[in-house]
Ligand binder design. Structure first.
Ligand SMILES: [Ca+2]
Ligand SMILES: [Ca+2]
Length: 236
């Protein structure tokens, strides 16, 4: 019996002896989901993993040396399309390199956030990498008038954290305003889609990027556990 068919089976249709097995199976799946969703599995350089903050508005989470990264929405099913600015492997050096698309309604996803907000007005650079346990399916890094893509993704991915909205400098490529000439920021989606490498330059105010990943498949351990449980049921 598959996990999905377990979920579809009404409890009233189950024998009393099978109900405990269902409960344990549900617990196994729930544990698997919890571990699978904390999906930043590595950082390097200036990338510093923190718990999801309550407030990531301008001039709140500040550092001249660290770009803070965190897991935000977990296991979200999109109820409306979300615009992304990049999804294919490659290096993005300006807004003219964006290949904008939509994550369609019904997409199941996790999201993660990168914020580099400096203390002073002097120019600072943060270089780092963030590695995930599932493929990157969208990078949202633009917030210009008419294309407030970060603002537009907050409702489905950013709940629980305050952000500054309607700010042209949220996002990246804010100095050159998206011209073809790379001046300040860049990011790269790795060939295996598991790592985002960033170089962010901030004088004022800040740079922010949202990274959306697919949901990892259930872990082998969880499947083994479920298989063993069903085998035990058959032996009764
Ligand atoms: Ca600041
Ligand atoms: Ca910048």
């Amino acid at each position: 019996m598959s996990i999905s068919s377990l979920a579809r089976t009404s409890p009233s249709n189950l024998t009393s002896s099978f109900r405990p097995a269902i409960l344990v199976a549900a617990a196994v799946v729930a544990c698997s989901a919890t571990s699978a969703m904390a999906s930043i599995i590595g950082t390097s350089g200036a990338a510093t993993l923190i718990a999801r903050p309550a407030n990531a508005q301008l001039n709140v989470l500040q550092s001249n040396t660290q770009a803070f990264v965190w897991n935000e929405a977990q296991g979200v099913t999109l109820t409306s399309p979300v615009v992304f600015n990049a999804s294919a492997p490659g290096t993005y050096l300006s807004a003219s390199s964006f290949v904008t698309g939509n994550l369609p309604t019904g997409t199941l996803a996790n999201s993660h956030y990168i914020s580099f907000d400096t203390v002073g007005g002097s120019s600072q650079v943060a270089n780092g990498t963030v590695t995930f346990n599932a493929n990157i399916i969208g990078v949202i890094a633009w917030n210009r008038p008419g294309s407030r893509d970060l603002d537009g993704s907050d409702a489905q991915f950013g709940l629980g954290t305050l952000f500054t909205i309607n700010n042209d400098r949220r996002g990246v490529f804010d100095v050159d305003a998206g011209t073809a000439v790379p001046q300040d920021d860049s990011f790269t989606i790795s060939a295996d889609r598991r790592t985002l490498t960033f170089s962010l330059q901030v004088s004022s105010p800040y740079d922010q990027i949202r990274v959306v990943t697919a949901i990892p498949s259930p872990s082998a351990a969880a499947l083994l556990g479920l298989g063993g449980l069903l085998a035990a049921r058959r032996r009764r």
